[in-house]
Design a protein. Structure first.
Length: 288
């Protein structure tokens, strides 16, 4: 089950996350491409600059328990009722992912390998894909199918980075995919769950408690087909805007060092300098 508020929350989760990853990963890559390695989270110094991470640490369990409460309180069709449970489980899994990241950062980096966290993130996205758009048919099903494909892209990128963390192109695709997933979730919320931005000839998405299905009712078949074509066109428009903006952002970071973040201070710089020093000392030992 979803609503405009749910999709707006997804936008607030994925869009800033994608922008942050794109800024920090690009900054780190531009500092020294040969030593670049993707990270599950790009922490900054001082700690208060990571307020978005700590906000997720608090907000995700609240959202998960809210969906669990709705599951217990809802008395409609079992398909619709269990949609709340599945949504709660997905949010809880992403919260566990955040817990793993902060445990690795705060306590022992060697206790939890970074590639394991990438694998866990990939599995989280796969689970999200499996329960996405559950019980939604018709035009709504087409729109959620597009969101599902973005989720699969994010899952594939995470699994790939667990094997080859030095691939900046895949990190770029993951970051842009997260931004795209956020903007498209917002678009779904506006187009399917609001009267103001509803598709022409169609109303808001409606629930059939007896059948356990959710669909977007349109007056005519032509309205439904036009709605599908328009949403496909909007999806292409989102893709163009997101990827062009991502390339422009990387270009700006390449031209102006003052815009870069993450690698200029804190643990990222310390690790990079350590690796750089280690690489420079290898030839000396070989000569001896």
């Amino acid at each position: 089950m979803a609503s405009l508020a749910t999709h707006f929350s997804s936008f607030l989760f994925f869009f800033p996350l994608g922008i942050r990853r794109l800024l920090c990963s690009s900054s780190l890559y531009l500092k020294n491409p040969s030593l670049y390695r993707s990270k599950t989270w790009y922490f900054s110094e001082p700690r208060w600059k990571n307020f978005d991470f700590y906000a997720l640490l608090i907000a995700l369990p609240i959202a998960s328990f809210s969906d669990m409460f709705l599951f217990l309180a809802f008395s409609g069709h079992p398909t619709l009722r269990f949609a709340f449970l599945h949504q709660s489980a997905v949010v809880f899994i992403f919260w566990v992912l955040v817990i793993l990241i902060i445990f690795r950062e705060s306590f022992d980096p060697f206790a939890i390998p970074e590639n394991f966290i990438f694998i866990f993130a990939g599995i989280s996205f796969l689970i999200d894909y499996m329960v996405m758009g559950e019980g939604i048919t018709g035009l709504g099903g087409v729109v959620y199918d597009l969101l599902g494909k973005l989720t699969l892209v994010c899952a594939a990128c995470c699994l790939y980075l667990s094997i080859i963390p030095a691939s900046f192109s895949v990190e770029f695709l993951l970051s842009s995919g997260l931004v795209f997933k956020g903007t498209w979730a917002l678009q779904i919320g506006l187009s399917l769950y609001s009267d103001t931005f509803a598709l022409k000839g169609c109303g808001k998405i409606s629930i059939s408690p007896a059948l356990g299905k959710t669909d977007l009712k349109c007056d005519l078949e032509e309205d439904r087909l036009r709605g599908i074509a328009l949403m496909n066109l909007l999806f292409i428009g989102h893709a163009i805007v997101v990827f062009v903006a991502s390339f422009v952002l990387v270009g700006l970071l390449c031209r102006d060092r003052n815009l870069r973040c993450g690698e200029a201070s804190g643990s990222l710089l310390a690790q990079l300098e350590f690796e750089s020093t280690h690489v420079r000392t290898i030839p000396e030992f070989e000569l001896e």
